[in-house]
Design a protein around this ligand. Sequence first.
Ligand code: FES
Length: 171
Amino acid sequence: MALYSEKVMDHFRNPRNVGEMPDANGVGEVGNAVCGDIMKIYLKIEDDLVKDVKFETFGCGSAIASSSMATELIKGKPLSDALSLTNKAVTEALDGLPPHKLHCSVLAEEAIRAAVKDYYDRTGTDYDPSLFPEEGSCAHSHDHGESDDAAFELDLPEDVKEQLAQIKAAQ
Ligand code: FES
């Protein structure tokens, strides 16, 4: 059985909503202290709706697929939906991730939440601070899964392998 679902492979190979957003009004960046992967989410919020969302992820394939799916799940939705998006919802939408890759989807949840907090801070919106616990919950120890990453890459076309190698080299 394949280690990664078709949806994970699809969102990794063809990530949606990739790139910077110069006019974003909420930006969140989080990193995993253990694997060193970084995820940045840009939100364009208008009338309490997520009008647009983009991401940049310097991380593993699961992190890229998770960010892509997470942006699809919140695009056009009320801001409250973005705030309540869980890594579980992202993982389910991807038809699952291997257990040791679940933390990659946590990065997506945390980056979106950080971007919403940034929006609140920029606009002087009152919020409950308990909604935004101090960053670092993704810094728990985990197996980076080198061997599984290798298995993941075996399925990939050459150009995607090259992209992955470049991303890793840039870290
Ligand atoms: Fe670090 Fe996936 S986010 S291994």
